[in-house]
Design a binder for this molecule. Structure first.
Ligand code: GDP
Ligand code: IMO
Ligand code: MG
Length: 421
């Protein structure tokens, strides 16, 4: 069977840490969408590692890691990341597999991403500029190059043809960038990639499933960044939700068992776009400071606000969430008062639904207050130790969402995760 672990907000919920924690319970960890726009932070032997392309199970000796067909892969980032992983004594060649249908991110995709953002001016998405949008456009536009093409004699010809097409697009946007150095790195990284285990991902994973192996599909980004159901157009270019697992790995829906949704105890967003519970005051700054809310991929400060139950409820519905993990609960330790958003006032009307176009309506969050627990919780290891005020906060969220928080994360470390009895 396949379990799914994904983010329910706008990304950076702490998915990497949670996947790393659960990895020993699984035989395979598979990424099904996204690319190096992701930044998943884990601590290995108390050292911080940020993974962008490699699944977060790589530090476990007996776990197989698969980069699925739904991912867009930047060979340069992959090569760099393999070197990082190797420095931890990990033999990535043993446990890392790549699907032959995975689309490649080319240097010109990165240039096109920049050109597209520049052309949007004030309406820019706030993209990570890793070439994600253009690479997915070439996939749906039926132009892209895939990992399996690398082994084909015509690869260079196909590459030159696509590069020319991209150059014309860049010229039409009046965007000039010297990509010679990127291209050199790119071709070096392609040679490096040829030594990998490039597999037919769909047979690979279905064989594992029929052998009774346990698979965990690791999501990137968050549900509110989903290209269909997120805050369009301020989204990423893939299906970040559980449905993306079927197309991004080639597994049938009835193979999916648990959908584990990860949410912060508050909320953050990096990049542009609507964020109803965003705080523009000192409280928002405190959340950023205590939570160290700076992007793992771009270093940009993350926008911070209270937890948004309207958006979370929507994400639980779309994903079919069966279990919840609440991260960064310790960040709220110092606050006297906490707030949760229970409905939106949309053009003067109270609603518990996500509007079609969040940017075109005026949304005021309706907030319910809770007393803060004012206790240092980061050393707690059992649910019995948690303060009563935290339990009240958690139980309100559980009853609002109709799904239970099964784990509370109270620090970035592997050991800082409490199972709720
Ligand atoms: P991801 O993209 O969902 O994997 O999340 P990121 O790695 O981008 O961002 C999460 C950040 O929060 C990282 O710096 C983690 O080390 C950190 N983190 C994860 N869980 C906790 C937690 O429970 N408490 C605190 N204080 N930090 C956490
Ligand atoms: P993880 O997996 C947070 C955001 C970008 C931007 C929008 C589109 O670490 O949670 P893109 O580069 O995809 O064209 O950017 O999506 N974004 C993320 N925000 N965490 C991420 O990944 C993100 N990946 C993309 O900031 O607003
Ligand atoms: Mg991240």
């Amino acid at each position: 069977m396949v379990d799914v672990l994904l983010g329910l907000q706008w990304g950076d919920e702490g998915k990497g840490k949670i996947v790393d924690y659960f990895a020993p319970n699984y035989d395979v960890i598979a990424r099904f969408q996204g690319g190096p726009n992701a930044g998943h932070t884990l601590y290995v032997n108390e050292k911080k590692v940020v993974l962008h392309q490699i699944p977060s199970g790589i530090f476990h000796e007996n776990t197989v890691n698969l980069i699925g067909n739904g991912v867009v892969l930047d060979p340069v980032t992959l090569k760099r990341e393999c070197e990082t992983v190797k420095a931890f004594g990990i033999d990535y060649r043993k446990n890392l597999f790549i699907s032959e249908r995975t689309h490649l991110i080319l240097p010109t995709h990165r240039a096109l991403d920049k050109a597209s953002e520049l052309s949007k001016g004030n309406d820019k998405i706030g993209s990570t500029l890793k070439g994600i949008g253009p690479a997915y456009m070439d996939k749906t536009g039926r132009n892209g190059l895939r990992v399996g093409d690398l082994l084909d004699k015509s690869f260079t010809t196909q590459y030159i043809r696509l590069r020319l097409k991209h150059q014309k697009m860049l010229d039409s946007l009046n965007f000039h960038e010297d990509i010679t150095a990127w291209e050199e790195e790119f071709f070096e990284a392609l040679e490096f990639m040829k030594e990998f285990k490039i597999v037919n991902g769909e047979y690979f994973i279905n064989e594992k499933i029929s052998q009774g192996k346990k698979v965990l599909a690791e999501g990137a980004q968050g549900s509110m960044l989903d290209v269909d159901f997120g805050t369009f157009p301020f989204v990423t270019s893939s299906n970040t939700i559980s449905a993306g697992v079927c197309t991004g790995l080639g597994v049938a829906p009835q193979k999916i068992k648990d959908v584990i949704g990860v949410t912060k105890a508050y909320c953050t967003r990096v990049g542009s776009g609507p964020f109803p519970t965003e705080l523009h005051d000192e409280t928002g700054e405190e959340l950023r400071r205590i939570g160290n809310e700076f992007g793992a991929t771009t270093g940009r400060p993350r926008r911070c606000g209270w937890i948004d139950l309207v958006a979370l409820n929507f994400a639980c519905m779309i994903n079919g969430v069966t279990k919840l993990v609440m991260t960064k609960a310790d960040v709220l330790d110092a606050f006297d008062e906490l707030k949760v958003c229970t409905s939106y006032m949309v053009n003067g009307k109270s609603s518990k639904e996500i509007p079609f176009q969040m940017t075109r309506v005026s949304i005021t969050p309706e907030l319910k207050s809770f007393k803060g627990w004012k206790t240092a919780t980061d050393k707690f290891r059992t649910s019995g130790e948690l303060p009563g005020t935290m339990k009240e906060y958690v139980s309100f969220i559980n009853s609002y969402l109709g799904v239970n928080i099964n784990y509370i994360s109270n620090g970035p470390g592997r050991e800082q995760l409490i199972e709720i009895q």
